[in-house]
Write a new protein. Structure first.
Length: 255
């Protein structure tokens, strides 16, 4: 696979992407689209087996489970998969003091959370355990990969603007340094990191992680190339780490 302005090394495409807020060089290759069929939706495709839900409905039902994550001078987004378990990206918590971050909604600290586990390498993921059980509806991680053309929504806190939602489609599925990623054209900005990426069934199909910056691809401008760690990869990481043994109450890993 060749991308304009990129360099080919050992037969693989080498591109530079911004992992908000840092930069890393990535080896990117496509992986086959999900076998699950899709049907036409309003702006993209909707996974077969269900009807597209209204965007406002997905937003209203999920927003209470999405938080701004503050760690020292850094901030990003995280979302609950259990009543005391939140998933952000690893890099957002790198400046956390004593491994503790604040979970914020509507500008106020809801609770503090401890970084329970981080994953290294291309797996830009962390697991937080909150100090208390939260009165929220945990979000479900999809078991399958979205097909190219699937309509997606991202909710997060870009530049601190809590509860912001953007939309687009799945451009392609990628492997980046052994990790499965969903490439999307929906806007991802600083502060979006860790935000859930939904399909139109309301399932979380990925976690917003990084984007290409204008001028990075061989000096050419790029727009609308973002990446989300796939929920399939997240599920595999959590299972391998036996995160359920940490007892993340009412863990919502299947749907």
């Amino acid at each position: 696979m060749a991308m304009p302005g990129g360099q080919t090394i050992d037969g693989k495409q080498q591109i530079s992407a911004t992992i908000l807020p840092s930069e890393r060089a990535l080896r990117v290759s496509p992986i086959p689209s999900a076998a699950r069929p899709s049907v036409a939706g309003p702006r993209g495709d909707v996974p077969a087996g269900g009807s597209a839900r209204r965007i406002s409905e997905i937003y209203s039902e999920s927003i209470g489970s999405i938080f701004t994550v503050r760690a020292g001078a850094s901030q990003g987004t995280g979302f609950a998969i259990g009543r005391n378990v939140i998933l952000p990206t690893r890099h957002v918590g790198e400046n956390a003091r004593d491994g503790v971050v604040d979970l914020v909604q509507n500008g106020a600290v809801v609770t503090r959370s401890r970084i329970e586990r981080t994953f290294d390498g291309a797996f830009d993921l962390a697991v937080l355990r909150s100090e208390r059980s939260l009165d929220i509806n945990p979000l479900a991680l999809a078991q399958d990969l979205p097909a190219g053309g699937t309509e997606v929504l991202i909710i997060g806190s870009p530049i601190g603007l809590e509860g912001s939602i953007t939309g687009g489609i799945v451009s392609q599925l990628r492997v980046i340094a052994r990790a499965g990623y969903v490439q999307v054209d929906a806007a991802i900005n600083p502060g979006n990191s860790g935000g859930p990426v939904f399909d139109r069934l309301g399932r979380v199909v990925g976690i917003a992680t990084m984007r290409l910056e204008p001028g990075q691809a061989g000096g050419r401008g790029v727009v609308g190339i973002g990446f989300a760690l796939s929920s399939e990869t997240v599920r595999e990481l959590l299972a391998a780490a036996r995160v359920s043994a940490v007892q993340l109450e009412n863990l919502s890993l299947t749907q």
